[in-house]
Write a protein that binds this ligand. Structure first.
Ligand code: ATP
Ligand code: MG
Ligand code: MG
Length: 594
């Protein structure tokens, strides 16, 4: 295990552990909370982090960074990371998204626990489970004179909030008594007012230089059926109010989010302090820390925009192998280890920057280099006929050949052997023959010898063409006694070895050659219409011929097609031994710089 490079989050956590910041904190808990039965108990976890997606879409590579950070820190410091659905927004959420998020986090290699529940079986946390506590906390704020019901129109509220150069103006409802506010708030809860008629606002400071502190709205009326709580509520907490409470109830220590929430931190702290003072939460409360979100070139990381690609049929679905979603990356052939390696390599910083897409690809190559089985596939086939085969080897003879599936396997890994045959006819790449060779060309041309990798040395004698001049067959002779791995096979010297597949045992496969989805490195930067930069050639489907071991792949299994790149048997369409379908995961070399 290599030592992980430090970063500002690690330093903060190490300092908190050293100072014992959270060492004496006791579970608060209150009726209805997940942690209620542990009330008053010390927390066995040294730190608690959380990954809190809103279940309104599929997770993408940006979320993967956040998952690796949060679960990784918990793992490294004797802590626990919670998967929590931030489901306080009833309209946009769906259980389809909930399930896909659970699958994606598990696929990445992480798991979560809840008190009293075993690993691998624990339910995720849900923000909506805390609606009751959030409501009581709101009543507490009202009673303490720290919140009021505002009946200004949304337009008046917006104008009176002011902006950076202009302080806000107090709402005429700001001076209502706690009793009046409490009555009104209960009317809101009881459905006596229309959606949008009024909101509950925290009473802080209308002149604050931070607009987020100018009496932010904390509850709104919204008649919508919630996927968890149904029609129990017609008022819902605002995200900025709900999130700190969710953290506190789950005993989170370090609440890590992206930089755009930096301006919300003063409200986070304000709310935590008020609720601790009021005895509703135990001290010290969680703290929020911000890191730079992932921006990856040629990729969009916004659930809303990714949804647009899906609903406008620009891609085949959330799991289209061109999508930067976790399900898309998985179907493209990415491994959990490659994504974790990527998250580690890009690190954690406090300033925004762009990461080059080739960094992600490099991580996949690095992971697959020692793990993906090799195989031969001919992507652009032309037939090669060994004209002396019947005479030298016997008519119709098929010679069995073997190759290791993994030439550079890690020590101790048992390497399986691939079996295939060579006969009179084999498929080769069209590019591997030139009638008139360009300077320096080492592969097949009349008079030149090459090795059929894992087979025999052959000598090219010419080709046949159809009426239009297209080459229909390449002709060659086999050089006897040169079979790979037999004594003396290397006595005949050649300058090149080419890949091939025997006609007798090759299998036709659908191969999807993917390219970047966008032509523009920053498709949605500066409000650009990302649809305009969609690459019209991001998918080319070809029919290749693959060796038997590849046709026998299990769906989801990665391979290196020798000389071509890494491919994966498609999770949805490949059927082992019956229908071969492969996706290009990544080429062998970085081709993005060109
Ligand atoms: P989107 O804009 O794509 O909808 P989001 O931030 O609204 O993303 P959430 O479901 O709220 O999506 O995100 C859950 C967590 O993932 C948050 O803590 C968020 O900060 C983090 N996250 C989202 N996008 C990125 C990103 N590009 N890089 C790093 N973390 C991210
Ligand atoms: Mg969000
Ligand atoms: Mg969002």
């Amino acid at each position: 295990e290599t030592v992980k490079p430090s970063n500002f989050l690690r330093q903060i956590i190490e300092s908190d552990l050293e100072k014992g910041t959270y060492a004496t904190r006791r579970w608060a808990g209150s009726p209805g909370d997940a942690a209620h039965h542990a009330q008053g108990q010390p927390d066995p976890a040294k730190i608690r982090t959380r990954f809190p997606p809103e279940p309104n879409g599929y997770l993408h590579i940006g979320h993967a960074k956040s998952i690796c950070i949060n679960f990784g820190l918990a793992r490294d410091y004797g802590g626990v990371c919670h998967l929590r659905f931030d489901d306080t927004n009833p309209e946009k959420e769906d259980t389809e998204y909930v399930n896909s998020i659970i699958d994606s986090v598990r696929w990445l290699g992480f798991d979560w626990v809840q008190i009293g529940q075993a690993a691998g079986t624990a339910a995720p946390y849900q923000a909506s489970d805390y609606f009751g506590f959030m409501y009581r906390a709101a009543e507490h704020l009202i009673e303490a004179g720290l919140a009021y019901v505002d009946e200004q129109t949304p337009e008046e509220m917006r104008l009176n909030r002011g902006d950076f150069g202009r302080p806000g103006v107090d709402s005429p409802f700001r001076s209502r008594t706690p009793a009046e506010n409490l009555a009104r708030f209960r009317e809101m809860r009881d459905g006596q007012h229309a959606d949008g008629a009024m909101v509950l606002r925290a009473k802080i400071d209308m002149a604050s230089p931070n607009i987020n502190m100018r009496d932010p709205a904390i509850y709104r009326i919204r008649r919508a059926t919630h996927h968890n709580t149904g029609d129990t509520w017609c008022i819902y907490p605002m995200y900025t109010y709900a999130h700190p409470i969710e953290d506190a109830l789950e005993q989170i220590t370090h609440s890590i989010c992206t930089l755009e929430f930096e301006d919300q931190r003063p409200f986070y702290d304000w709310l935590m302090e008020r609720l601790c003072e009021g005895g509703l939460l135990s001290s010290p409360p969680p703290r929020q820390y911000e890191f730079a979100r992932l921006n990856l070139t040629y990729v969009i990381t916004s659930k809303r925009k990714l949804a647009q690609l899906v609903y406008d049929h620009k891609v085949s679905g959330w799991d289209d192998p061109r999508m930067p979603t976790i399900v898309g990356l998985r179907r493209r052939g990415y491994t959990p280890a490659s994504v974790q390696l990527f998250a580690e390599r890009i690190g954690v910083t406090k300033s925004d920057s762009w990461i080059d897409y080739s960094t992600l690809e490099g991580c996949l190559r690095e992971d697959l280099e020692t793990k993906a089985h090799r195989g031969m596939a001919v992507l652009n086939p032309v037939k090669l006929v060994l004209t002396n085969w019947d005479e030298v080897m016997g008519a119709g003879h098929l010679e069995p050949c073997t190759q290791p599936a993994l030439p550079h396997a890690a020590e101790g890994v048992e390497v399986p052997t691939r079996h295939f045959t060579i006969g009179k006819e084999v498929w080769i790449e069209r590019e591997d023959f030139e009638e008139v060779p360009p300077k320096g060309y080492k592969r097949l041309f009349p008079g030149n010898k090459v090795r059929l990798k894992g087979g025999y040395v052959i000598e090219c004698t010419g080709c046949t063409k159809d009426a239009s001049g297209t080459i229909t067959e390449v002709l060659a002779t086999v050089v006897p006694d040169t079979k790979s791995g037999t004594p003396g096979s290397d006595l005949v010297k050649v300058k090149a070895a080419i890949t091939w597949v025997g006609v007798a045992n090759g299998v036709a496969a659908e191969v999807r050659m993917y390219d970047r989805l966008f032509l523009d490195a920053q498709p949605d930067a500066g409000g650009k219409d990302f649809i305009e930069s969609l690459n019209p050639n991001s998918l080319k489907t070809i029919t290749a011929i693959v060796e038997p071991s590849l046709a026998n792949a299990v769906a989801g299994q990665q391979f290196q097609f020798e000389r071509h790149g890494y491919f994966v048997a498609d999770l949805k369409d490949h059927v082992q031994g019956a229908k071969a379908v492969f996706n290009l995961a990544v080429g062998l070399k970085d081709s993005w710089g060109k």
